[in-house]
Design a protein. Structure first.
Lengths: 265, 466
């Protein structure tokens, strides 16, 4: 009996260990999980990335946009400061957007005019996708577990089953764009797998799938994000992120006077 | 022992079963992703971040028609075309020669065909050299630029009091093609320096006089005339500093030109998630619009030296203020509305304008001189009337994807007249865009806007990006 008890305990320990190896520590808070997930999407050091956006209307590729994003984590506010420049299509080439908290300016090389824009106006153009990619969710939202802290399994965009934490995000700053979000983060890897973003009225606005993970700047980062427009069911946008480069970005770039000088180099 | 084995097996199975991924329930959201998206190959990563040149070249065809009104009270000089076709080749090019040296070039070559201008005539071709300059980046975020440069200041959309290099840079006075006017502006020959700090920028510019003031454009200039008589007819200095403080992002400017010393400031503020407020002011000791126009007309030999008719009651020099105050509001439907109020102290009061009409009606020989004042205001890109309301609506992806609708309106608050333009632009593909602009004058013949020769114009535009 004594022997049996030892063996049972050993078996239990083995089972617990097996389970422990199969998933991440379960004592992480939802807020810590979302912060780790942010780090997967965003390098901590200043970087440059090219975003290739393809809009699909009714399943057919209709429009392509290429953006170069210069991004840097603000020291004081833990928020990414972005400079976005249109590289393509030709009609938009050279247009630039500064997004630094509430300091947002749009520059058009045709008129040489800089126009101050609101957070809502930022969302009108494709340049806002730069902000979507680098948004620091842990800063702007409070995260809670939805359902069990053990998580659940979902299929990613490639129909691969993933074991994920299912989190609910509610705004904690006035700069949070969405009234609510659901977010699925893969256990172990902290890869964001899926996001679902809601309006004030509870309507789903966007559904995002993160996939095609590839090594970029020393970590696995989503190579493509698929954004389903839940308002316009015909519209799906893919964002291919590539060309990550660590670059030195002076603070002096984040002002309207620099926008005409922002060049790809 | 069998009991132990069974217990162990059960426990292990239970643990392993718990650790294994249970099958995921079907995700209905996945069905919203079209198969074409999932099966699409990785996009061509053509927009490589390393590039030594940056260019935008397009061909534009703009067919403009005007319908004229026959009841204007002060006859306008010249002949307004009723139909015009303009074909333009537009180039915007930037070449990085070394990491510290860059060349920029911006030019538009136009070919016109219109009433009274034969295709074979010299008037049918015009080149607008907007910019050609070298930019040198010095260490510690300091930039020096030399050449013809478009230097634009101000935060407002309809009128920029602090845009001190604005006068005489408009190149489409012969045509009031609204699709071209905003983006087709001549630069000024200058040396410009800018030093960027972490939260501020200091800019200085010096533009020399290179040619005596040329008269208002009444005939087409020579094909490759750089028109320095418009852009560099007096020596000018400009100094400005813009900085970040309390979310206002103000800019303070000082400019010295042949009129005097101009002071200016602008600021903007994000009022809410969807509203931005902005204000712009400039002030200078100067004469009224009429006084300045007549002095210019006499200087360029277009008006007689004896004192002509002056429709404005105030003829002295005093400190004149210019203000533009406005706000933009953006809805979640991608619609942005701008509303601005403009104050131009040296412009006409409504009484002055009534006098302009009465003088022109009673003395038709003086009409040309009176019209000269209006043309001067257009050339200077300043309002004719002291107060003006400006409204702009921009709706992207209106009703259907890639259709942008717009409305621009300049309203005279005294007599209610307005110049209003509706626009529609549709992006057919990456390289083709179609545009339609319809402008209309609202107001009777005694009103400011209603006293011009035309009542409606329409522009059909095709743009092909190369």
């Amino acid at each position: 009996m004594k022997m049996n008890t030892k063996l049972v305990c050993a078996a239990l320990a083995c089972a617990i260990c097996c389970r422990g190896f199969a998933s991440s520590p379960s004592d992480l808070t939802a807020q810590e999980i979302i912060a780790r997930s942010d780090e997967v999407r965003n390098p901590k050091k200043p970087f440059q990335v090219t975003l290739q956006l393809t809009e699909y209307i009714d399943g057919s590729a209709r429009n392509e946009t290429a953006l170069t994003v210069y991004s840097k984590l603000g020291v004081a506010e833990e928020k990414f400061r972005n400079l976005v420049r249109y590289a393509d299509p030709p009609r938009d080439r050279g247009k630039s957007v500064l997004m630094d908290g509430t300091l947002m300016w749009f520059y058009d090389p045709s008129s040489k005019a800089s126009v101050r824009i609101s957070p809502e106006q930022r969302l009108v153009g494709q340049a806002s996708q730069g902000d979507v990619i680098t948004v620091n969710l842990a800063r702007d939202y409070t995260a809670h577990f939805l359902g069990s802290t053990e998580g659940e399994t979902i299929q990613d965009a490639d129909r691969v089953t993933r074991s994920c934490w299912h989190l609910e995000l509610t705004p904690r700053t006035t700069e949070a764009v969405y009234a609510k979000a659901e977010y699925w983060v893969e256990r172990n890897s902290f890869h964001p797998i899926k996001g679902k973003f809601y309006s004030d009225s509870g309507r789903v606005l966007k559904i995002a799938y993160y996939h095609r993970y590839e090594k970029q700047l020393g970590a696995d980062r989503p190579g493509e994000t698929i954004i389903v427009d839940a308002v316009n069911a015909k519209l799906v946008t893919t964002i291919d992120s590539h060309g990550y480069r660590e670059v030195d970005i002076p603070d002096s770039w984040y002002q309207r006077g620099y926008l005409p000088r922002l060049k790809i180099d | 022992m069998r009991q132990f084995a069974a217990t162990t097996a059960l426990l292990l199975f239970s643990a392993c079963a718990h650790a294994a991924e249970p099958p995921a329930s079907p995700d209905p959201d996945l069905a919203t992703i079209p198969q074409a998206v999932l099966s699409a190959p990785t996009p061509t990563r053509s927009a490589a971040p390393v590039a030594s040149s940056d260019s935008r070249i397009f061909l534009e065809s703009a067919l403009t028609s005007w319908s004229m009104q026959n009841n204007i009270l002060v006859p306008a000089p010249g002949v307004q075309p009723t139909l015009q076709e303009r074909l333009s080749l537009d180039i915007l090019q930037s070449e990085i020669v070394t990491p510290m040296l860059r060349f920029s070039f911006s030019d538009r070559l136009n070919a016109f065909a219109q009433d009274g201008v034969a295709l074979s005539s010299s008037e049918s071709l015009r080149n607008d050299l907007r910019e050609a300059f070298a930019s040198i980046e010095m260490p510690s975020q300091t930039f020096i630029e030399v050449g013809r440069i478009v230097l634009r200041n101000g935060t407002a959309l309809g009128y920029n009091p602090t845009d001190f290099f604005r006068p005489r840079t408009e190149v489409n006075l012969a045509s009031i093609d609204p699709s071209a006017s905003r983006e087709n502006r001549l630069g000024v020959l200058m040396v410009q320096g800018q030093k960027l700090f972490d939260s501020a920028a200091v800019t200085v510019a010096f533009a020399p006089e290179v040619q005596h003031a040329s008269p208002l454009v009444t005939v087409a200039p020579a094909l490759f005339d750089p028109r320095f008589g418009q852009t560099n007819s007096s020596t000018r200095f400009l100094g400005s500093v813009d900085f970040k403080v309390a979310g206002l992002n103000p800019q303070i400017l000082v400019c010295q030109d042949e009129i005097g010393t101009h002071f200016g400031a602008d600021l903007s503020y994000v009022v809410s998630n969807s509203v931005v407020g902005y204000a712009e002011w400039s002030g200078c000791d100067s004469g009224t619009l009429s006084r300045r126009a007549i002095s210019f007309g006499q200087l360029t030999g277009k008006l007689p030296t004896e004192i002509p008719l002056i429709p404005q009651s105030s003829i002295g020099t005093q400190f004149q203020n210019d203000v533009a105050v406005g706000a933009s509001w953006t809805s979640s439907y991608r619609l942005t509305l701008n509303l601005e109020l403009h104050y131009h102290q040296s412009g006409f009061t409504q009484t002055d304008f009534d006098r302009w009409i009465n003088l022109g009606r009673s003395n038709r020989l003086a009409a040309q001189e009176l019209w000269f004042i209006r043309e001067y205001a257009m050339d200077q890109q300043e309002p004719l009337i002291q107060r003006q309301v400006f409204v702009r609506v921009d709706w992207q992806d209106a009703f259907v994807q890639y259709l942008n609708l717009g409305l621009v309106s300049f309203v005279n608050p005294f007599d209610g007249s307005s110049l209003t333009q509706l626009s529609a632009q549709y992006t057919i593909s990456k390289r083709w865009t179609l545009g339609m602009y319809v402008g209309h004058i609202f107001g009777g013949p005694k009103t400011e806007k209603g006293s011009v020769p035309w009542s409606t114009n329409a522009v059909f535009q095709i743009v092909r990006y190369l």
